[in-house]
Design a protein around this ligand. Structure first.
Ligand code: AMP
Ligand code: MG
Length: 301
């Protein structure tokens, strides 16, 4: 999934190493299911319009993806695969595609053609890209596996998309740094959570430069180009990480006003949005229900 995953676990010393091993296995299992172009895979055959009945991990990922797509009128769109591939994000050679190619690739992006997570009847050729949701789902599956193994508390962190479970000994809560998009080495603030998932989307996470312009990896499905919504970073807190992941990507595309309104409406979700001028917006539930956010003052060093 192009990232490092680490786990912190509390429980009986005898069970932890094996539990961690199983958790990493479940992440690899999800990675294999969600990979967009592994030859012979379900997603590969769907792309060829072969008619595939999907179940298990892939069906559950698609269900979350579609729920968020519909609720955001397609700001989150898991069917952008051809456009994502055209830009080459996730490969070594991302580059600015020609405008006519983008228009053509965008024609294939139609989340509303997919009716259920069981997807896809014969003749429905869809190029899925689940990069905006699969990492979160993998974190959820790792947590599930750890709990099944009897681990009492812990946190699974896939490059900043994470989920905590159980009661952390001594402190009782986890502190999660939120990066400053302007200077990702620094923190814009610190979240305190108990049992929750946190996912972040930002224009500083993956990008390339061409002709002096920076192009990042979160695309606006209405244009096929990187979203310029007025936001630079979105952090979403939700009970599960798949939903948090998809909502963070969606809110980034929607921008400060619509993104914040969408998160306010979403039962169980909260958000911290950082705008282009560095303003930090938070949903009204932060400060309640065990979630706190503390801003870090900007310093000149
Ligand atoms: P994230 O880092 O979770 O915001 O997801 C970004 C990744 O999701 C990109 O690298 C693409 O693979 C994919 N993606 C880009 N734009 C969108 C979008 N508007 N909706 C859904 N997935 C997207
Ligand atoms: Mg995401």
């Amino acid at each position: 999934m192009g990232t490092l995953v680490d786990v912190v676990l509390y429980g009986d010393k005898e069970v932890l190493p094996e539990a961690a091993g199983l958790a990493f296995e479940s992440i690899l299992r999800v990675e294999a299911a969600a990979h967009p172009s592994k030859e012979g895979s379900s997603l590969f055959r769907i792309r060829q319009g072969k008619g595939v009945r999907v179940e298990g991990d892939l069906a559950r990922i698609l269900d979350v993806a579609l729920e968020v797509s519909r609720a955001t009128s397609g700001a989150f769109d898991p069917t952008l695969g051809e456009v994502v591939n055209l830009w080459g994000f996730g490969r070594d050679d991302p580059h600015l595609p020609g405008p006519e190619k983008i228009v053509r690739a965008l024609e294939g992006a139609r989340y509303d053609r997919v009716l259920t997570g069981q997807c896809c009847p014969e003749g429905l050729d869809i190029w899925f890209d689940l990069g905006g949701v699969a990492k979160g789902y993998a974190v959820d599956e790792a947590v599930r596996s750890l709990q099944d193994s009897g681990v009492k508390a812990g946190i699974v962190n896939a490059g900043g998309d994470l989920r905590s479970f159980g009661v952390r000994p001594r402190r009782g809560y986890w502190k999660i740094g939120v990066q400053d998009p302007e200077n990702p080495q620094k923190l814009a603030g610190v979240l305190e959570i108990k049992e929750a998932a946190v996912a972040t989307s930002g224009d500083y996470q993956r990008y390339f430069e061409e002709g002096g312009i920076r192009y990042h990896h979160i695309l606006d499905p209405s244009t096929g180009y990187p979203a310029h919504s007025g936001l630079r970073g979105t952090t979403v807190i939700a009970p599960d990480c798949a939903t948090a992941d998809a909502l963070a990507t969606a809110a980034f595309v929607m921008g400060p006003e619509k993104g914040l309104a969408m998160l306010e409406k979403w039962e169980g979700a909260e958000g911290v949005l950082i705008t282009e001028d560095g303003t930090i917006l938070t949903t009204s539930g932060i400060g309640e229900g065990g979630i706190r956010f503390e801003r870090r003052e900007k310093t000149s060093d």
